[in-house]
Design a protein around this ligand. Structure first.
Ligand SMILES: [Zn+2]
Length: 484
């Protein structure tokens, strides 16, 4: 058995045990490691580089739509959270409390932020006085702590990183417009940059954010057929503005409460990238987010150091001039085969191999990570062609994701078939629901499937049908799935 085989064999296959595959990939690809404290993870440099790329591309979109970044405190006084019972009840099982400062017990406990509506609401009540102060469009990049019982790296950890937007507006319509604008911004971002096809829509009452008027979300199917919520956008109405007394003098000199929104995506997106695209050889990163877009591997035989290395170094320089993120793996202690497996594991979209024979033929071998297809290219034209290659990989990864979602979105005739499909195939079931929470809960108890989103009428005008469970008239076209 050569080194190459050993390296690959250590990875559990997805079909054998998806959860184990997920954890193994994260550790072998060095995205993250478990921290000594239960439920916490260390994001390693390679994983953090993915997050930084996500941040950069999303931050640009957040700013382009008129928002500014700010930073609010990590600690929130207990009395702030207590002002809002629905919100507090929603989060209290997960809140971490600071009770002491040094040796002294605090007069009032401080919550480590589980989300920032309360602290930001308090500040907005001071900053907003007139309609001229509106809208307030602020985003914060921060860490969040929620004391979770069951955790999994990137998907659910006690501490995680996210962005949270918090806006205030004069009218309900403006807040609603913002909520839906962000929902479509998230959808476009995930589809363009993460190459993952998502569905979007409204959450049911049962699934909505504690304290929100309406919650909207984007969701995607992971390759095990379970859905992952990837981003949420909430229309908070005047709920928090009434609690935190955020009032403004309107254009007719009347005092009004502001209309608010909040919205966020988190390091969970890294988990989505792993689960949506990875295969039995490891990660597959879409080029636009990959920390390394092109790995250059010299075939280390014969006089490779003298003949191959200078040529491949030149290729690297040329690609970097084009703004392509590259890495040259010239470690002499590893065989090319070992290196291939390692960079496949780490999901690098494109590999370029150059050996002594290639130098004679003035060519290089290009290997795509997503399809493993190999193509030979002239060394003279390679720098012009790589950008096109990466675009093609990005495009075909997204097309594959669209196709996967299509093939795994099922229509069912009745509830018996619903149960069978959810049991045997998973995926999305697109069907009608009457709007009654009792039906939703029965379906969850019996099948473990929940309503992921209610399709927006504006996006997909559809006739009404019959509720999949109770058979009563139903206006809501919904996606059901088992979810993370
Ligand atoms: Zn029903």
């Amino acid at each position: 058995m050569n080194q190459n085989e050993r390296f690959v064999k250590k990875l559990t296959t997805k079909s054998t045990d998806f959860s184990r595959w997920y954890i193994e990939v994260i550790r072998k690809a060095e995205l993250a490691d478990y921290a000594p404290m239960k439920g916490m993870m260390v994001i390693k440099p390679y994983g953090y580089a993915v997050w930084e790329n996500i941040q950069g591309l999303l931050d640009r979109r957040i700013k382009q739509t008129g928002h500014q970044n700010a930073y609010f405190p990590l600690f929130i006084p207990e009395s702030f959270l207590q002002k809002e019972t629905e919100h507090l009840e929603g989060f209290s099982p997960e809140v971490a409390w600071v009770t002491h400062g040094g040796m002294e017990e605090l007069e009032e406990r401080l919550a480590v932020r589980p989300t920032s509506e309360a602290i930001i609401g308090n500040m907005y009540s001071k900053w907003i006085n007139s309609w001229r102060d509106l809208p307030v469009l602020i985003n914060q990049w921060a860490n969040i702590v929620r004391w979770e019982k069951v955790t999994r790296p990137f998907l659910r950890t006690t501490e995680f990183l996210w962005q949270e937007g918090h806006t205030a507006h004069e009218t309900y319509e403006q807040a609603q417009k913002e909520t839906l604008m962000i929902l479509s911004l998230y959808k476009e971002f995930v589809e363009t940059e993460l190459a993952i096809s998502v569905i979007s829509g409204k959450k049911s009452e049962r699934e909505k954010f504690a304290g929100a008027l309406e919650t909207y979300a984007i969701e995607a199917l992971m390759s095990d057929g379970k859905a992952l919520q990837m981003g949420t956008s909430h229309n908070l109405g005047q709920h928090f503005s009434k609690v935190f007394n955020i009032r403004f003098e309107d254009r007719n000199q009347n005092l009004q409460y502001v209309w608010q929104t909040s919205w966020g995506v988190s390091t969970r997106l890294v988990g989505a990238l792993i689960m949506a695209h990875g295969d039995d050889s490891g990660l597959i990163f879409p080029p636009r987010l990959a920390p390394v877009q092109v790995i250059l591997v010299p075939i280390s035989i014969g006089k490779w150091k003298e003949e191959v290395l200078p040529v491949i170094q030149k290729v690297k320089t040329n690609l970097e001039e084009k703004g392509i993120r590259t890495k040259l793996d010239d470690r002499p202690e590893f065989t090319p085969g070992w290196k291939f497996s390692e960079w496949e594991m780490r999901g690098v979209p494109l590999r370029i191999e150059v050996g002594p024979r290639d130098i004679k033929n003035n060519q290089a071998l290009l290997v795509r990570r997503d399809t493993m297809e190999k193509e030979t290219r002239s060394l003279d034209s390679i720098k012009e062609e790589v950008t096109g290659f990466l675009d093609e990989i990005q495009k075909s990864m997204f097309e594959k994701s669209v196709q996967f979602q299509k093939e795994n979105t099922h229509q069912v005739g009745d509830y018996e078939e619903f149960k069978e499909v959810m049991q045997a195939k998973r995926g999305f079931i697109k069907t009608f629901w009457c709007g009654n929470t009792a039906c939703e809960e029965t379906i969850k108890e019996e099948t473990m499937a929940t309503i992921r989103v209610i399709v927006l009428k504006s996006e997909d005008s559809h006739p009404s049908g019959k509720c999949i469970l109770c058979q009563k008239k139903a206006d809501n076209l919904v996606y059901f799935a088992k979810a993370y």
